[in-house]
Design a protein around this ligand. Structure first.
Ligand SMILES: NC(=O)c1ccc[n+]([C@@H]2O[C@H](COP(=O)([O-])OP(=O)(O)OC[C@H]3O[C@@H](n4cnc5c(N)ncnc54)[C@H](OP(=O)(O)O)[C@@H]3O)[C@@H](O)[C@H]2O)c1
Length: 325
């Protein structure tokens, strides 16, 4: 079972085949306020190169990560490699200007041109409309608006597939229902600690979209452990999430399974999910992720986790995300 999880998968209804795990490049943006740690440039570049030399040769970045820093570092790695290796997959995301939060078509166009320049490419596999909760659906879909701008690049062949990558399910669903999108990224909402994205994943999979589940570790608590990183979705985790993490870790420990393996495979084993996007900023993380994905997890582990009850049972208010509402 473990080894099969490494196989490439069909990217929704498209002709593309992709690895089951993408290297998430948000930490490469060196965003101290988001992750509480800094990532040196040489480590960042070495991590991208390690990913591109592995079964997980799939890079996910965004113009927003460090406002260009992540894309610049990915671009530097590609330059040192002489370009994107054959068969590797590259995607970025386009959206608001973080300085003034302008999300107009013009801004998206200017920033997407910058993405191409920083990455040093003239073609990408997929581009996502990023954090669409920072604008309205009507403004995004208006003539000359962000979606039309991105579609015109798609029509010119600058990228093959269009996706949406936002926070709240209801925002994502609006875009999916237009029929214009090939893929959707949800984040921090389908983990061992929070499954709020379940109905979105159902809807997207039923429509034949590629479903990308980002942040399977909830931004780090499920990989680094709650003692060293008691944070979920880029903020201090509430006590009940820390407690649940400790309960799950105890189950995993008894069966000799790393907590991170259960967190990763919870996403990878879900037949509705095409790709799991894992944030990594150290080269050794790549081999470690391949290992975590290759471990055979006994059914008993899943049964015992399930017996804890639904992930959000103790969360009547539903965990508050820092998304713009
Ligand atoms: N709106 C959107 O589209 C959206 C939103 C959120 C995230 N994303 C994408 O999804 C990616 C994943 O989310 P995320 O990075 O926020 O969170 P994540 O994948 O849940 O967790 C990342 C954290 O886990 C650590 N980690 C990774 N592999 C590990 C291992 N084998 N052992 C121990 N620790 C490990 C990383 O540490 P190191 O940094 O030290 O390697 C990092 O601190 C992002 O990078 C981004 O590309 C997209």
């Amino acid at each position: 079972m473990g080894k099969d999880l490494l196989n490439r998968r069909k990217f929704g209804n498209t002709a593309l085949e992709v690895p089951p795990v993408a290297m998430g490049c948000a930490p490469l943006g060196d965003m101290l306020d988001t992750f509480l740690y800094s990532v040196p440039e040489d480590e960042a570049i070495a991590t991208v190169k390690a990913a591109l030399a592995s079964p997980f040769d799939y890079i996910d970045t965004a113009a927003l990560y460090g406002d260009g820093v992540s894309e610049q570092r990915v671009g530097q790695a590609l330059k040192e490699l002489g370009g994107l290796p054959d068969g590797a997959v590259l995607q970025t995301k386009a959206g608001r200007n973080p300085v003034d939060n302008d999300y107009s078509g013009e801004t998206v166009k200017r920033r997407f041109e910058r993405s191409l320049e920083l990455l040093g490419v003239d073609h990408l596999d997929t581009v996502f409309l990023h954090d669409a909760e920072w604008t309205t659906f009507d403004a995004a879909m208006a003539p000359g608006g962000p979606v039309e701008v991105l579609r015109s690049y798609q029509d010119q062949g600058v990228f093959d597939y269009l996706g949406v990558a936002s926070g709240p399910n209801e925002v994502e669903l609006q875009y999916i229902e237009t029929g214009l999108f090939d893929a959707v990224i949800t984040h921090n909402r389908y983990t061992l600690l929070n499954t709020n994205a379940d109905p979105l994943i159902d809807a997207a999979a039923a429509r034949g979209l590629a479903v990308l589940n980002a942040a399977p570790y909830g931004s780090g608590m499920l990989s680094r452990g709650p003692d060293s990183y008691p944070r979920y979705a880029y903020q201090q985790a509430p006590e009940h999430l820390i407690e649940r993490t400790e309960q799950i870790r105890e189950i995993c420990n008894r069966h000799g399974v790393p907590l991170a393996a259960a967190a990763l495979q919870f996403s990878m084993l879900d037949p509705r999910i095409t790709v799991t996007i894992v944030g990594m900023s150290r080269p050794e993380r790549i081999a470690s992720t391949v290992e975590l994905a290759s471990i055979d997890i006994p059914n008993q582990v899943w049964d015992e986790i399930e017996a804890l009850g639904p992930a959000d049972a103790d969360d009547p208010e539903i965990y508050r995300f820092k998304d713009k509402k």
